[in-house]
Ligand binder design. Structure first.
Ligand SMILES: Nc1ncnc2c1ncn2[C@@H]1O[C@H](COP(=O)(O)OP(=O)(O)OP(=O)(O)O)[C@@H](O)[C@H]1O
Length: 263
């Protein structure tokens, strides 16, 4: 598989009132096309900073970030982001929110019918056709998050970046959405980079789990290859020895090797 996102010796510091704070140091990571990669680590270790560098929302202080062989020099539709809080426009319907993004990306070269077809297809993908005309305040948190995912996918990004996309949801809704995401990833072959705190989510969804050390100067500690066959099924995995082995490896990294006591 082709190298797709590359971080080479990335360092990121922030100049604060108290002086320079080095958040990331020596981050080296290569993500291949079609791969689902999770970033996991304790709070504040720099997961979002890594994601934001790939998104082009933050610039590395040193080193280089590449997408498809080109230096990332700002946000772009090839790298769509889904945040924890859906960030939908409240005055637009579900359909309108997705259409807006679709128009931005494809509006210059496609007609209205094509743009509408893209929008409808995205709603179908996340099972939300029935809610197409509803506004964000009329739907649940899980549905809003699905609209956010549909909006990102409708842009046909080369990489889908997700920052704790299910973090604000209750456990059941989160599980449902994770299951949907498993299917969407299988169906679309998307390249996904996802920040998560949830070990089960990481194992269920990922091809590789990037485990980060604690900051300051956080870096990639270990990378776990998750070789569970796809399609994956939550119930079947509950009794799968390999699943539990992967899960234990992540827990061991977080709570033995890189334990961080509560502040
Ligand atoms: N703009 C900024 N200015 C100063 N420090 C920052 C800034 N952005 C992030 N940091 C610091 O950099 C470190 C990494 O932050 P980041 O948000 O990437 O961590 P995280 O692993 O995503 O955390 P969480 O899991 O709690 O969301 C933290 O110590 C944070 O306080």
């Amino acid at each position: 598989m082709e190298r797709f996102v590359e971080l080479e010796n990335v360092q990121k510091h922030f100049d604060t009132k108290k002086g320079r704070f080095v958040a990331l140091q020596d981050i080296n990571l290569t993500i291949r096309q079609g791969e689902v990669v999770s970033l996991i680590g304790h709070s504040g270790c720099g997961k979002s900073t890594v994601l934001n560098i790939i998104a082009g929302l933050l610039e590395p202080s040193d080193g280089i970030a590449l997408c498809n062989g080109r230096e990332i020099d700002g946000p772009g539709p090839e790298r769509a982001v889904v945040f924890q809080n859906h960030s939908l426009l409240p005055w637009l319907s579900c359909y309108g929110n997705i259409l807006l993004a679709v128009e931005r990306v494809f509006g210059a070269k496609e007609g209205k019918a094509q743009l509408a077809a893209r929008t409808d297809a995205a709603l179908v993908l996340v099972g939300l056709s029935h809610a197409r005309d509803k506004h964000p305040h009329e739907i649940s948190g899980g549905m809003k998050q699905r609209v956010g995912i549909a909006r990102a996918l409708a842009m046909e990004p080369k990489v889908l970046l997700m920052d704790e996309p299910f973090g604000a949801l209750d456990a059941l809704t989160r599980a449902n959405l994770q299951d949907e995401m498993v299917k969407i990833v299988d169906a679309t072959g998307s390249t996904v980079v996802m920040v998560t705190h949830d070990v089960d989510e990481a194992v269920l969804l990922s091809d590789r789990i990037v485990m980060m050390t604690n900051g300051p100067a956080a870096t990639v500690g270990e990378i776990l290859d998750v070789q569970l066959p796809r399609p994956r099924n939550r119930l079947a995995l509950a009794n799968d020895a390999d699943y539990h082995r992967y899960r234990s490896a992540v827990l061991d990294f977080l709570y033995q090797k890189h334990r961080r006591d509560a502040a």
